[in-house]
Design a protein around this ligand. Structure first.
Ligand code: ADP
Length: 398
């Protein structure tokens, strides 16, 4: 069986993360992973580590632009020092209404996805840039897009449809959800015993929660964009639209144009709100827990709002699923923040969710529910890169 080195690319606003896996039949083995951090600065960080954490590259180059950052990645992978990828998988938050399936990337496909930048405004510009660069710098290597929205395509219309005039629905405005590759990877890891009624809470810097029936997504908290749903690090989550109008009118008093006002509103709703907005301190749960320990009331309120919202969503998803077999926590907070898990579950025993304090005192994969808990509660780290490799291998075989 031929073994294929597959490159997975996952880029954020100040970093490019990548990993190369060897795929052979059903076997997947991570060969190495790396990142360029500090894009836009004179002191970036470029590292590559092998699968057991040995450092293969460790540099501190200037990375003034994203182009410079990706040139470092492409330079290393084309140098002959590392196995050259035979395929590349790209994570994409949303491809808009017309691109629903994971597929091979062409310049035309990139243009089409770019038309819907408004559906993932913080992510799409970066992702499409990297796709174009990857086509250019790895000539002849097929590139594939893996959409976060793909997992949510099974949601029924009553869930996805937004209560807005039809003319906007016709423009593709509806609920798409996000974090789908993480959810898929949880279902994948639970195979072959995927519970019929499953809730997965992906609690990272961005946070969302999904109701999954027999392995297929039934409902999810995020909406048209990742700003909807749960309160998260810097995002409002679902909010009375009147609040956004109030803020917009305030901003419009001094803005020079409508588009400037819209951009400022987007910054407020996506980058200045959530845990950061309420605490006035940080979007990082670690900082907030430290502040709570010293009696900071705003940090306490921010975290209470976060856990309260999640508990409410769990309650409504149990109603929607008609019961619950398993609750899974994943993402940076879900995996590491023992207190958040305990606080979310504290009032949920009526739903059959009972944590074991001892078992919950853990970071990383574990069963954390009490022996007698009707619902099993687990912590499972996401395996998004692996999921992308699986999609790439499947699409290459087609
Ligand atoms: P992203 O959403 O950017 O992919 P992650 O899923 O890695 O991010 O989650 C990052 C977040 O996880 C941090 O912002 C922080 O709030 C939280 N986090 C990470 N490590 C810990 C920890 N040890 N304890 C509590 N929270 C943590």
């Amino acid at each position: 069986m031929a073994s294929l080195p597959v490159l997975v690319l996952n880029s954020g606003s100040s970093s490019i993360k990548f990993a190369v896996y060897e795929a052979s039949g059903e076997e997947r083995r991570k060969l190495f992973e790396g990142a360029v951090d500090g894009i836009g600065t004179d002191l970036g960080q470029f590292h590559i580590k092998d699968a057991v954490g040995n450092t293969l590259v460790d540099q501190t180059p200037a990375v003034p632009t994203r182009a410079a950052a990706f040139a470092l990645v492409a330079g290393a992978l084309n140098s002959g020092e590392f196995p050259r990828p035979v395929a590349i998988g790209h994570r994409m938050v949303s491809g808009g209404p017309t691109i629903q399936d994971n597929q091979r990337i062409t310049p035309e496909l990139i243009d089409e996805m770019e038309r819907y930048t408004a559906f993932a405004p913080l992510h799409t510009p970066i992702a499409v840039y990297i796709m174009r660069e990857a086509l250019r710098l790895f000539p002849g290597v097929p590139n594939f897009v893996c959409l976060d929205t793909y997992f949510h395509r099974t949601m029924p219309e009553v869930v996805t449809h937004m209560p807005i005039p039809e003319e906007y629905s016709a423009m593709g405005v509806r609920r798409y959800g996000a974090h789908g590759i993480s959810y898929e990877s949880i279902v994948y890891q639970l195979q072959p015993h995927v519970p019929g009624k499953l809730i997965v809470a992906h609690l990272g810097n961005g946070a969302s929660i999904s109701a999954i029936r027999n392995g297929a997504c039934l409902d999810t908290s995020m909406g048209l964009t990742p700003t909807g749903g749960l309160i998260s690090g810097t995002r409002t989550g679902d909010i009375d639209p009147g609040v956004l109008l109030f803020i917009l009118r305030k901003i419009a008093e001094t803005a020079e144009s409508a588009s400037e006002a819209a951009d400022k509103l987007e910054t407020v709703a996506s980058k200045k709100a959530g845990l950061l907005g309420v605490s006035g301190l940080s979007n990082d749960m670690r900082d907030l827990r430290e502040a709570i320990a010293t009696g900071n009331a705003r940090a306490r309120l921010a975290v209470d709002k976060f856990t309260w919202t999640i508990a409410r969503w769990i309650g409504s998803f149990v109603a929607e699923l008609g019961g619950l077999d398993m609750l899974v926590f994943t993402g940076g907070i879900g995996e590491n923040d023992i207190d958040s898990r305990a606080e979310i579950c504290a009032g949920l025993d009526a739903l059959g969710i009972v944590l074991d304090a001892q078992r919950n005192n853990v970071r990383g994969a574990a069963v954390i529910s009490a022996e007698h808990s009707p619902v099993t509660v687990r912590v499972i780290p996401p395996a998004e890169d692996l999921m992308i490799v699986n999609h790439v291998v499947r699409l290459m075989a087609q």
